[in-house]
Ligand binder design. Structure first.
Ligand code: 5AD
Ligand code: SF4
Length: 409
C-alpha cells in the first residue's frame, strides 16, 4: 500500500514539473512517505530525517515533507520540531501535497477513494482503505481510519482503463481486501469481475474472518487469478488470538487452509506471524509452531512484537524478554524455511509459464512469477510484462531458478 501511495505521490510531483533524482543531495524537494507499523520503520525514518536536516542546513535540499502513517500519528509533531520538517501530512490528505508542490487544482484527484494512476505493465488498484478491526498490537486503524470501500463501478472502470492502456497485471489492494463490500456485493463478486477484465490478477492482504470459501475456490477455478494466497494468521494459539482480538480460532484458520489446498492444489500460501506479543507463553509458541507445520506455508513474514504507542498491547503486562523473542523468531523462521525449501524442490523439473516482473539485471537474470505465485530467476531478455516458458532447474527456500527460456512457444 505504501509503495502504491509513493507511486501516486511521485506522479503528482512529476506532474508539477519536477524530475526524479536518485540521491538526496541532488534533490530540491524530498517527500518521505512513511510506515508506522513497527518501531524499526520509525527508526529508519529518523535516520533519513537526520540526514535530510543536515543537507537542508547545507543548502542542498530545500524542502522536506513527511507523509503516510507516521504523519498521521501523534509522534509526528515532535518529529516536525526536531527535524524542522516543512510539511507533515497523514494518509488521507495527500492532496495538500499537491498545493505544496504547486498544483493547486489537484484537490479532487488524490483522495483515496478515487482512481490512482495509469500504470505500467503491472499496477496496484486500491479497493478499500482503512480497517474496522482493532487488533491489540496494531496501529493501522488509528493512522488509516475506518474501512472505506470503493464502489465496484469505479474499481472496474479503473481496471478497464489500465488494461486498455497495456497493463497486464492488476493487484487489488487494501488492509483487509476480503472485507470489501458495497451495495450488496462482496469481495468475491468484485474479484470475479476484475478477473474477467484483466489478464492477471492478485490481491492483498486478507483477513481470515472475511475469507469466504467461494473466494478460495475462485482462485483455483479462474485462470487469470494468480494462485497465491496471503492470509495473515499472527499466532497458532487460541489464547493469543483472543488476546489479539483476531476474531477466529486456529482451527478455523486450518480449515480455510484445507479448503485452499484442495481448491488450489498447485497454489502458494503465505502468512504473517508475530512472535513475543505480551503474555505469549512457551505453550502458545509451541502452538504457533504446530500450526506452521500443519499449514505448510510457502513463505511467511515473521515479526517480533513491537509496542506501538496508543495500541492496547503497548500497555499489556507480560513483556517477553528479547532473548526469548529472538529464539522463538528463529524457531518459526527455521520451520518456515525448511518447509518452503522442500515444497519448492517439488517444482524442479517442471515447465512453467513465467510473468516477467523485473527485467534482466547485471547477473543476466530477470525476476518473474509463476501462475502458482512462486518467484523465479530466469535467464532472459524479455521485458517486464512479458511471459516466457522455462523449466525449473533448482530451488532455494525463497526462489526458484529456471534454465534457458523455451523459444519454441
Ligand atoms: N508488532 C509486530 N508486528 C506487527 N504487525 C502489525 N503490528 C505489529 C506490531 N505492533 C505485523 C502483523 C501484520 C503485518 C503487516 O505487520 O503481522 O499482519
Ligand atoms: Fe491491523 Fe490487519 Fe488487524 Fe486491521 S486486521 S487492525 S490492519 S492487523
Amino acid at each position: 500500500m505504501n509503495v502504491h501511495d509513493s507511486d501516486r505521490i511521485r506522479r503528482m510531483i512529476q506532474d508539477a514539473g519536477y524530475a526524479e533524482v536518485q540521491r538526496y543531495e541532488d534533490a530540491d524537494l524530498v517527500i518521505l512517505n512513511t510506515c508506522y507499523v513497527r518501531e524499526n520503520a520509525v527508526d529508519r525514518v529518523r535516520g533519513h530525517l537526520g540526514e535530510l536536516n543536515r543537507l537542508r542546513r547545507e543548502g542542498r535540499v530545500k524542502r522536506v515533507a513527511l507523509t503516510g502513517c507516521i504523519g498521521a500519528a501523534e509522534e509526528s509533531a515532535a518529529l516536525r520540531q526536531t527535524y524542522d520538517i516543512d510539511l507533515v501530512l497523514g494518509t488521507h490528505n495527500t492532496y495538500e501535497l499537491a498545493e505544496f508542490v504547486g498544483l493547486p487544482t489537484m484537490r479532487e484527484t488524490y483522495t483515496p477513494e478515487l482512481p490512482g494512476t495509469e500504470g505500467g505493465h503491472s499496477a496496484f488498484v486500491t479497493i478499500m482503505t482503512g480497517c474496522n478491526y482493532q487488533c491489540s498490537y496494531c496501529i493501522v486503524p488509528t493512522v488509516r481510519g475506518r474501512m472505506i470501500c470503493r464502489p465496484m463501478d469505479s474499481v472496474i472502470g479503473e481496471v478497464e482503463n489500465l488494461v486498455a492502456g497495456g497493463t497486464g497485471y492488476i493487484t487489488l489492494l487494501g488492509q483487509t481486501v476480503d472485507a470489501w463490500r458495497h451495495e450488496g456485493k462482496r469481495f468475491c463478486d468484485l474479484l470475479e469481475a476484475v478477473s474477467e477484465s484483466a489478464p492477471r490478477v492478485w490481491f492483498t492482504t486478507s483477513h481470515p474472518s472475511n475469507m469466504e470459501d467461494r473466494t478460495l475456490r475462485a482462485i483455483g477455478e479462474r485462470d487469470s487469478i494468480v494462485k497465491r494466497l496471503h492470509l495473515p494468521v499472527q499466532s497458532g494459539s487460541d489464547r493469543m488470538l483472543k488476546v489479539m482480538h483476531r476474531g477466529y480460532k486456529a482451527e478455523r484458520y486450518r480449515r480455510k487452509i484445507e479448503i485452499f489446498r484442495e481448491a488450489v492444489p498447485d497454489g502458494t500460501l503465505s502468512t504473517d506471524i508475530i512472535v513475543g506479543h505480551p503474555g505469549e507463553t512457551e505453550e502458545d509458541h509451541e502452538q504457533t509452531l504446530r500450526l506452521v507445520e500443519d499449514c505448510a506455508f510457502d513463505s511467511a513474514y515473521i515479526f517480533k512484537f513491537s509496542p506501538r504507542q496508543g495500541t492496547e498491547a503497548a500497555s499489556l503486562p507480560g513483556t517477553v524478554p528479547d532473548s526469548i523473542v529472538q529464539r522463538r523468531f528463529l524457531e518459526v523462521l527455521r520451520q518456515i524455511e525448511q518447509n518452503a525449501f522442500s515444497r519448492n524442490q517439488h517444482k524442479v523439473g517442471g515447465e512453467e509459464e513465467i510473468y516477467i516482473r523485473h527485467g534482466r539485471t547485471e547477473d543476466g537474470k530477470a525476476i518473474g512469477e509463476t501462475w502458482s505465485g512462486h518467484a523465479v530467476h530466469v535467464k532472459t531478455d524479455a521485458a517486464p510484462g512479458e511471459y516466457v516458458r522455462a523449466t525449473i532447474e533448482s530451488a532455494g527456500p525463497h526462489v526458484l531458478y529456471a534454465g534457458e527460456v523455451d523459444t519454441s512457444v
